[in-house]
Design a binder for this molecule. Sequence first.
Ligand code: ATP
Ligand code: MG
Length: 427
Amino acid sequence: MLFSKLLIPTLKDAPQEAEVISHKLMLRAGMIRKVASGIYTWLPLGLKVLKKIENIVREEMDASGAQEVFMPMVQPKELWDETKRWEKMGPELLRIQDRHERDFCLGPTHEEVITDIIRDNVKSYKELPLNIYQIQTKFRDEVRPRYGIMRGREFLMKDSYSFNIDEESLQETYLLMRDTYKKVLERIGLEYKISAADSGAIGGDSSEEFHVLAENGEDTIAVSDSSEFAINTELLLKEGEDINSLEGKPSPDGNGTIQIKKGIEVGHIFKLGKLYAESMKANVLNAEGKASTLHMGCYGIGVSRLVAAAIEQNFDEKGIIWPHSIAPFDINIIAIGFDKDKDIASASIKLHEELTDMGYDVLLDNRKDGYGAKMKDSELIGIPLNIIIGKSYLENQEVELKGRNGQSSSNPISDIKTILDFFKDKK
Ligand code: ATP
Ligand code: MG
């Protein structure tokens, strides 16, 4: 892709409204622009990252045996009355009316819609377990939208809902989803913790959150320094503990000492039990031919929030340092003098073609700017590998390789293999 043709409106300085680093860098790198409070447009570069995360989530969900659907964002009040959440949800639920003055809301979550479909279409325990997911826009009229897309009002979520015949089967699906979320975060390449959590407005029997550890995290979690033990302090507060006296104490699981960390909640998995199925009368026939209330689980990943969380964990003073798995481009060919020198232009176009054919996502910076300006943009955007074609190419057919991590080397342009080995090593 040619840089000169892309809408990548990079900025030297971040607008004042941006408080945290991910918001600042997403604005500066030209990834997003604000439309209204908590509502953003994803520009080409931002959308590329969002889609890469979406694909990893989709691949892992499909591999787990879950099935993808696409539910409406607009939902009728009647369904929300059945679970009493039309009243319970309060002002976070954005309510609208159609031309016939019928009440609807913009979906903040989809338990009611999916349970309605399953109760109408699944009749026997033999059709279970089912795990249905979608990747879709949610709307929550957050009291304090902030930090850009980290806490938006409109955001992208992968939500899934499992339907099981009994507690044992629910436990199996729950653990499968827990494992799937681990795979997603490990494929993206983020450091995270799984913590016991408060189930909030979704409710249910118990839940766990996936936290990406970062200084700007809104959640405070107590973690053990030598085991997997982690708990959201929100839950401790609810149980009447005082958070600060935790720090330095032995971990309740008997392994190590408690440390207090900041985390960004990127995923939340719930064992709902019969909560929704009972109020919505979702039954199937069990092995004895009797009506049996379904057990449910629900599982959410903040797809758009993950973009910001990845930045909060990976940046320096120059800009974003993407984990390779979700970088908007793998390689940036920085052509110095593209507009003036035919040899530079043709060599960089050829290299772009070759690397693209090999399956890499390649950007060719063919703009008129000099090396400094181009490199600054590339570092801001966070592309893992730069290949610079300029003077050394004209003199002795060499290109310079520069990793976003500071590594560099010079190689003959014909030596694509070395170029890619360099890239692989640094992955
Ligand atoms: P929070 O505590 O951050 O408000 P939540 O517990 O209300 O989130 P869930 O209902 O568990 O959120 O939603 C599942 C996932 O959706 C969350 O783990 C988070 O990653 C994402 N998410 C929730 N609210 C937002 C938001 N306002 N902006 C972006 N992502 C969000
Ligand atoms: Mg949550």
